[in-house]
Design a protein around this ligand. Structure first.
Ligand code: ZN
Length: 480
């Protein structure tokens, strides 16, 4: 067994060399046995054979390993780690209506524990950069965005929090109860403050903020247009949920007289600085418009499956030139989904529906890496193994069970359990070694996630919301 060493710690400073690994740069030809030279937080060189002699360089023997770019998660709601396993057999709208009152009880302590556990779980599945869409801000509950930013720093992944928002409660014809929505001025002020306080536009940035009104059924058209104006004024990106379910399409048709993509086009929400979560229910014309305008989508297959939302037309989006990244989505609708596992889920969904050539393992890997980087506006820095890019690298062990699979990329994507993660580097620094988080004790983060769940259930209970029943819920529509 080859030896990616189990030595913890960071590799900042001098050169770090990974050797003897199967390299999949994603943008260039694969190298069956090659090396990567990392200096500081960037990739300096990549090539076949052993690395050049670099005095003082630390060496990682990648024998028996597959090196890929770190995976990029482009849709999540980290706070939902604390509300997993609720509304287990429900449509999106039923699930939301059940969960809004629970989320109304969250505070900064819940968010900190949930985000730490969620991000650690992501890092252990090869994720080096994650977005997060946080859109519930109950008044007087502390600085929820700062809490998740603290958690991301402790885990060590790059973080793209999207300051979400909802301003259209039930009394305005929206879906959420009025107690979880904010007013327009509060949202715009808080969002601008979040950008000022946290957004780092630099090449090496580990934190960028996006602007993210929640969805067409929880947000006013004024909030959508004002959010777009704010984001474009500040040079940050725009994100929202779109075309997730047919219920949403019916809502848009009833309220706006158009389908979701038409609605967003009218509001100035198509463009290369926008990415939509889900985009399940798209027409051919919708797909062409997304491709033509450079609008990205975050495919979240496990969540779409869990909620019975449908299967996104990923292979068609790719065929027509639209960008697709992956997302695990919030854990309340996808529970313990791993990012590496979403490559498999995406591939199987496409093939089950469109046939065995619909999505290859390499396309799934490209969606999970370069596609994600494009969604976040970071194609120049992330998403492939190339000199000059940031050294965000996953080193997967493929010399054990996975070694029996003829093709290493197929082994990575198709396994129900991902291969062991020998190393995960973020900007050249070790975040995971030998399947263990090295930045913060992972057991501590796991326990904090459990505590966040208990705390949220207790806080919700104090507001009269019962905990979910442990027994399976009865079928909502039992047949005789
Ligand atoms: Zn979502």
């Amino acid at each position: 067994m080859g030896g990616a060493p189990a030595v913890p710690g960071t590799e900042a400073g001098g050169a770090l060399v990974i050797e003897n690994a199967y390299l999949v740069p994603v943008t260039g030809p694969e190298i069956p046995s090659g090396h990567i030279v990392v200096r500081g937080d960037r990739i300096e060189a990549i090539g076949p054979g052993p690395a050049p002699d670099l005095p003082g360089a630390r060496r990682v023997d990648g024998t028996g390993c597959l090196a890929t770019p770190g995976l990029v998660n482009t849709h999540h709601h980290l706070y939902q780690w604390a509300s997993q396993g609720f509304a287990r057999e429900a449509t999106l709208f039923e699930w939301l209506v059940a969960l809004y009152p629970v989320w109304a009880a969250m505070d900064a302590e819940v968010v900190r524990g949930a985000a730490g556990a969620g991000l650690a779980h992501l890092a252990l599945s090869g994720c080096t950069t994650s977005a997060d869409h946080h859109y519930v801000f109950p008044a007087g509950r502390g600085d929820l965005l700062a809490a998740e930013i603290d958690a991301a720093r402790a885990v060590g992944v790059r973080f793209h929090p999207a300051r979400g928002s909802m301003d259209r409660g039930v009394s305005d014809g929206g879906l959420p109860p009025d107690e979880v929505v904010e007013d327009l001025d509060t949202i715009l002020t808080a969002t601008a403050e979040a950008i000022d306080a946290h957004h780092d536009p630099s090449f090496s940035s580990k934190l960028r903020v996006a602007v993210a009104p929640c969805s067409p059924f929880s947000v006013s058209t004024e909030l959508m247009t004002e959010s777009a104006a704010l984001a474009r004024d500040r040079g940050v990106r725009l994100h929202t949920h779109l075309a997730e379910t047919l219920d949403e399409e019916e809502h848009c048709l009833a309220r706006y007289g158009v389908r979701p993509v038409d609605h967003m086009e009218k509001l100035g929400w198509l463009g290369p600085d926008v990415w939509f979560a889900h985009a399940v229910h798209l027409s051919d014309a919708d797909i062409d418009r997304l491709a033509r305008t450079g609008t990205g989508t975050a495919h979240c297959p496990s969540s779409n499956g869990r909620l019975g939302a449908g299967i996104a037309r990923v292979s068609e989006l790719l065929r027509r030139g639209a960008n697709v990244g992956l997302g695990v989505d919030g854990s309340a609708s996808a529970e313990l989904t791993s990012l590496a596992g979403e490559m498999r889920q995406a591939l199987l969904f496409q093939r089950a529906r469109y046939g065995p050539t619909a999505l290859t393992a390499r396309q799934a890997l490209s969606v999970a890496t370069l596609g994600g980087a494009r969604n976040l506006g970071r194609e120049a820095e992330l998403g492939s193994l190339e000199p000059g890019k940031l050294a965000d690298i996953a080193l997967w062990r493929i010399d054990s069970f996975a070694g029996a699979v003829a093709d290493p990329v197929h082994a990575l994507v198709l396994g129900t359990r991902q291969p062991p993660l020998a190393r995960l580097l973020v900007g050249g620094e070790t975040v995971v070694a030998d399947d263990e988080l090295r930045t913060t004790p992972q057991d501590e983060l796991g326990r904090a996630g459990v505590e966040a769940h208990r705390r949220l259930v207790r806080l919700a209970g104090e507001r009269g919301v019962p905990p979910p029943a442990p027994a399976p819920s009865p079928s909502p529509s039992p047949r005789p």
